[in-house]
Design a protein around this ligand. Structure first.
Ligand code: GLY
Length: 370
């Protein structure tokens, strides 16, 4: 069953399709959305050359001249030199205003190609075809695009909403278990900020499918669809209310202040984004308890939930000053640490300048590896 979720912002309105067998139906799904288009750039990393080929075939059936453009796998896609090469290729094709960029891949691919689409000729249509859980529930929805600089991640970017997002669950079947679990951290996060029962449903699915038990190999993914759709629906509601992150959208950052700091301290290696966010959520829950924002028990509830999904809830090494300094330099910190906290699951609130001693104490809750 394909679920469709509408995202409606002041700048754009589009549909996110979540289902199976969608890649071969792209011609039908995009029907009427690309007026005047004659060509399409299909941007993809080598890891998803197969799915990208099927997307290209479907676009060809829709009458478009398709230009496949390969970018590096993972975060290496988000470099200035990769962006420069994309512009050179767009110029050579040449891509005109109505011609879409169709990007197939994980969050890094959709961020990078999305930024190229946002800026080429001041903006051409973008179609996101995310192939990871993280991409499906977060990066590909909501219009944030960007690349990294040596000075930091996502420092250059633009808001550029896609004209459609096509999430084919079959593309997840080759993802390693650790990658799936990492993506599910963002689903659990969506549940914790807006729909507490979602986390419990994900945990039950992770247990039943064997995903939670660990192991790096592929696991059955047919149970993921409704959970991914639920997380997209939550993100769509938040983005509709605050497209440009003036206020409410910040709650999507739950667990990310410590999470980003841990990723940076790990040199973006050895710790996946979702793993870092899982630990960050336990930390935020402990801060909420210590600050009297939440009743005791929130952090242990988080731990139970995340462990059931097979995610880490601790293991933070390093002295408190190093970790807290890394948090304060987050680009969203605006010079001081800002933390999204929960009064209880489903009820987020922002704490603008938490007391340092309290943060140091809360770090104790994520020290022991669990
Ligand atoms: N990834 C957080 C947001 O889209 O706002």
């Amino acid at each position: 069953v394909t679920e469709t979720i509408r995202v409606e912002t002041p700048a754009a309105a589009y549909t996110v399709h979540v289902g199976r067998g969608l890649l071969d139906r792209m011609d039908e799904l995009l029907d009427g959305l690309l007026p005047g288009a004659r060509k399409a750039a299909v941007v993809y990393p080598p890891a998803v050359a197969g799915p990208a080929g099927r997307v290209a075939a479907a676009l060809g059936r829709a009458g478009l001249a398709v230009h496949p453009l390969e970018i590096p796998d993972g975060e290496a896609a988000k470099r200035l030199d990769v962006l420069a090469r994309l512009y050179e290729r767009f110029a050579a094709i040449p891509m005109h205003r109505p011609d879409p960029v169709v990007v197939v891949g994980g969050g890094a691919a959709t961020d990078a190609a999305g930024f190229a689409a946002a800026t080429w000729l001041r903006g051409v249509p973008l179609v996101n075809v995310p192939t990871t859980v993280l991409g499906m529930v977060d990066a590909a929805v909501g219009g944030k695009t960007g690349i990294d600089l040596p000075q930091g991640k996502n420092l250059v970017g633009a808001f550029h909403q896609p004209v459609a997002v096509v999430e084919d669950l079959d593309t997840l079947s080759s993802l390693p278990g650790a990658e799936l679990r990492s993506g599910l951290a963002e689903v659990v996060k969506a549940g914790l900020i807006a729909e507490p029962a979602l986390g419990d449903r994900v945990a039950a699915g992770a247990r039943a499918s064997g995903l939670a038990a660990g192991g790096g190999g592929p696991v059955p993914v047919d149970w993921l669809g409704p959970h991914i759709a639920a997380a997209v629906r939550i993100k769509a509601t938040v983005v509709a209310a605050d497209e440009r992150e003036a206020s409410l959208r910040e709650i999507l950052n739950y667990g990310h202040t410590l999470g980003h700091a841990l990723e940076r301290l790990a040199g973006y290696e050895g710790l996946r984004h979702g793993e870092a966010v899982a630990i960050g959520m336990v930390f935020a829950a402990r801060v909420a308890e210590l600050a009297g924002v939440a009743a005791p028990g929130l952090a242990s509830g988080h731990r139970e939930l995340l462990t059931a999904v097979g995610l880490p809830t601790g293991g933070v090494a390093g002295d408190a000053d190093t970790v807290l300094d890394a948090m304060a330099t987050d680009k969203k910190a605006r010079g001081a640490v800002r933390l999204v906290l929960l009064r209880e699951p489903g009820s987020p609130v922002v704490l603008p300048a938490p007391d340092r001693a309290l943060l140091v104490e809360a770090l104790d809750a994520v020290r022991s590896p669990a």
